[in-house]
Design a protein around this ligand. Structure first.
Ligand SMILES: *Cc1c(COP(=O)(O)O)cnc(C)c1O
Length: 219
């Protein structure tokens, strides 16, 4: 099936309040352009260098989302144009994003990544670290970043009950936080294998790669 067809099919199934991020990491610009021509304007990448190369080659009305783990020393390469950074998991990183955003006179939207999976390897904050950041004076002094929501990744497992439990956990944290901050709108959870479940658990943003662009080849 063509990229256009798969994209159209997935979009037709998404509720109106759910935003689709087309995850195009490792895919050539030609594939992204096919999705663009089919109407897609939000693309997700997990490497800053690759995203910046594609940003340079593609139409300027695209919103670029950084969905991968961000190294502080590379924030400067995307500060001019990045539209949303999903994987923010430290105050130090927020401070660097703030510093780089200031150079371009921008306010960069960020999601804080929460650790919900069982695996040790997945990045993210626990609830205590989250609250520590949000209530710290250092955080409150940052004028060029805006926290607009949370992001999380479930455990890579076939066990739907476990995935559901993890998504519900994230939704609970999100709802709690929303009572304190009405600016929080985005709950980024769900990928190709679990986005339907994520939506039923309250996701407002799904990050879908392989179901649109096909499986990835890593060299
Ligand atoms: C690659 C990636 C996705 C998309 O994964 P698919 O299974 O191909 O849909 C979503 N979120 C993050 C953080 C990713 O790195």
């Amino acid at each position: 099936m063509s990229i256009t067809k798969k994209l159209t099919e997935i979009k037709s199934q998404l509720p109106a309040h759910v935003t689709l991020v087309a995850v195009s990491k490792t895919k050539p610009v030609a594939d992204l352009m096919e999705a663009y021509t089919a109407g897609q304007r939000i693309f997700g990448e997990n490497k800053i260098q690759e995203m910046t190369d594609k940003w340079g080659q593609m139409p300027k009305d695209i919103q670029w989302h950084m969905i991968g783990h961000v190294q502080s020393n590379k924030v400067k390469f995307m500060a001019e144009y990045v539209s949303l950074i999903h994987g923010v998991d430290s105050l130090k990183l927020l401070q660097e994003i703030n510093k780089q955003a200031k150079k371009y006179n921008r306010i960069i939207d960020c999601l804080l990544q929460i650790h919900i999976a069982e695996e040790e390897t997945k990045f993210g904050l626990d609830e205590e670290e989250l609250n520590y950041i949000l209530t710290s004076d250092d955080f409150k002094s940052l004028e060029n970043i805006k926290i607009v929501g949370l992001m999380g990744m479930a455990t890579f497992t076939e066990n739907q009950n476990q995935i559901e439990k993890e998504f519900n956990h994230l939704k609970t944290i999100f709802d709690k936080l929303k009572t304190q901050n009405s600016e929080l709108k985005t709950l980024s959870m769900g990928m190709s294998g679990d986005y339907q479940l994520a939506i039923s658990c309250g996701s407002t943003m799904v990050r879908i790669g392989s179901s649109i662009f096909g499986t990835r080849n890593y060299q």
